[in-house]
Design a protein around this ligand. Structure first.
Ligand SMILES: Cc1cc2nc3c(=O)[nH]c(=O)nc-3n(C[C@H](O)[C@H](O)[C@H](O)COP(=O)(O)OP(=O)(O)OC[C@H]3O[C@@H](n4cnc5c(N)ncnc54)[C@H](O)[C@@H]3O)c2cc1C
Length: 461
């Protein structure tokens, strides 16, 4: 009897410890999975603003995972929200808005990434006093952000000038010089009119910036924003054409001082604290400058033989101008996928999409679903693990998984991103990194001036 009792007790104890061991094993497997996800995040992290989840406060309600228009940026891992597709985040911040316990905050990129971003004060001023950055150039995407920053940077300039002005301003010296006429530059210009500043805006291209380059009839998603000379702009979904028409109407009414087709090549600050701006068409003088140049920069080239042929292009606006053609689109981001789908819907086109990775991992959820549908219906042929090796007059040579393939071709579009205008910013003395300069602007300027030996940056507001 005693032996039986001892046996039962041992079996219960053994069972208890086995259950505990299995539970611990499960827990450590879950921890390893979460750690692997985190490691992936670090190596493949977000480029700019993205949600930061405080796991201590997250109650695991999953509300944040379903609200994002870009799809699966966030997911539940081990009962807590986590970023799983950081590149898809373009900063809508709806996840932060919906979180019932305030566990999500929008933050800028990690220090290694932000080291590559211009350093700005909360007023969007760079390390060069009176030189401001508004819009995507400062690291924050989206039209609403560009509009708010363009407007607010002008308010800071107007307030500062009002407190500093001793004599009436010379008509040759602009109060503010605005570089770029995208959403940030348009908003800054309209606010400058409202604040009665003597301003001028130049753009190397056309009005609208990146928006003007969207494919025809692209659906633009935005959030309500206070638009200078108009008031609250409340539409949240509209076509590119409708947005451009809205801007044209406001700008016409406002007598917009704008020079298109003029590229800013250099900006220097003199001992008198005034800026001299050199463009492809002349020189200007200004008390303050707003750089609203975006981050698109010049399109990145592949360096492939034949890339100089006129049939090779880097942006697509009118997809319906191309019918009955053999077309190659190169790239794996939203722009490439949207262009391929737009061209595939035109009569008689055969569209091949060449991408060097083995899947589309950085595109919006909506595009992900639409391209899958196009592939299924045979409208677009996707060649993963491929890259062009030569563009010829009537064909292209592609390396597909190590094998060379030649396909007939009339036109090529390359979407390999752009070279951000960091070299230009560094040339004119803008400091990089994430520190807040509010208290140290003066020192920073002196350091930059001594480093560059009487360079563009000289102290004095
Ligand atoms: C395909 C695509 C789809 C998008 N969809 C959306 C969307 O649906 N909703 C949304 O909110 N955002 C969207 N965005 C992001 C949005 O377009 C940008 O965040 C926004 O346009 C940034 O505005 P910006 O004024 O800062 O810069 P930009 O719009 O890039 O404008 C910069 C301007 O500066 C000019 N410039 C640059 N350098 C110089 C120079 N040296 N001299 C003179 N001029 C210069 C350029 O010519 C350009 O006109 C999308 C972006 C892309 C690429």
């Amino acid at each position: 009897m005693d032996t039986l009792f001892a046996f039962v007790i041992s079996a219960v104890v053994l069972l208890f410890f086995m259950r505990r061991y299995l539970k611990d094993l499960k827990k450590s497997e879950a921890r390893a999975r979460a750690a692997a996800e985190k490691a992936k995040l670090r190596s493949d992290g977000p480029r700019a603003q993205h949600p930061h989840i405080d796991a201590e406060y997250c109650i695991g309600c999953a509300a944040c995972t379903s609200v994002c228009p870009e799809g699966d940026v966030l997911a539940m891992l081990g009962g807590k929200a986590a970023i799983v597709n950081p590149f898809k985040c373009i900063g809508h911040a709806l996840c932060a808005d919906i979180c019932p316990v305030g566990a999500i905050a929008m933050v800028m990129a990690s220090p290694s990434v932000s080291a590559d971003m211009p350093r700005l004060t909360p007023e969007y001023e760079t390390s060069v006093p009176n030189l401001f950055i508004a819009g995507e150039l400062g690291g924050l995407a989206l039209i609403k952000n560009a509009v708010s920053q363009g407007r607010d940077s002008i308010d800071h300039i107007a307030n500062r000038l009002a407190s500093q002005r001793t004599s009436s301003p010379s008509p040759e010296v602009h109060d503010v010089f605005i570089v770029g006429a995208g959403p940030a530059g348009i908003s800054a210009s309209l606010r400058a009119i409202e604040r009665k500043l003597n301003y001028i805006t130049v753009d190397e291209g056309e009005i609208g910036g990146t928006v003007a380059k969207y494919p025809r009839q692209k659906l633009v998603l935005t959030s309500p924003v206070e638009f200078p000379m108009h008031g609250k702009f409340t539409k949240t979904e509209l076509s590119k054409e409708d947005l451009m028409a809205f801007w044209s109407k406001v700008l016409e009414r406002a007598d917009f001082q704008y020079r298109p087709g003029e590229k800013v090549e250099d900006i220097r600050k003199g001992e008198d604290a005034l800026f001299t701006i050199t463009t492809t068409k002349g020189q200007y003088r200004a008390r303050a400058v707003v750089l609203a140049m975006g981050r698109a920069g010049s399109p990145r080239k592949l360096g492939v033989k034949g890339e100089e042929l006129p049939k090779v292009m880097y942006r697509l606006i009118e997809a319906d101008h191309y019918i009955n053609k053999h077309i190659l689109v190169v790239g794996g981001g939203d722009s490439a996928v949207e262009a391929a789908m737009g061209l595939a819907h035109q009569v008689g086109n055969t569209v091949t999409l060449s991408y060097r990775q083995d899947s589309f991992s950085r595109i919006k959820e909506r595009n992900s679903q639409r391209i899958a549908e196009c592939i299924r219906k045979g409208k677009v042929t996707v060649l993963y693990n491929s890259q062009p090796v030569e563009f010829k007059a009537r064909s292209v040579m592609l390396d597909v998984k190590g094998e060379t393939r030649e396909i007939p071709n009339d036109f090529v579009w390359i979407f390999a991103g752009g070279e951000a205008p960091n070299a230009f910013l560094k040339k004119i003395g803008v400091g990089f990194g994430s520190r807040d300069l509010t208290s140290e602007a003066g020192n920073e300027v002196k350091r930059a001036a001594s480093k560059t030996g009487g360079s563009p940056v000289l102290a004095g507001r």
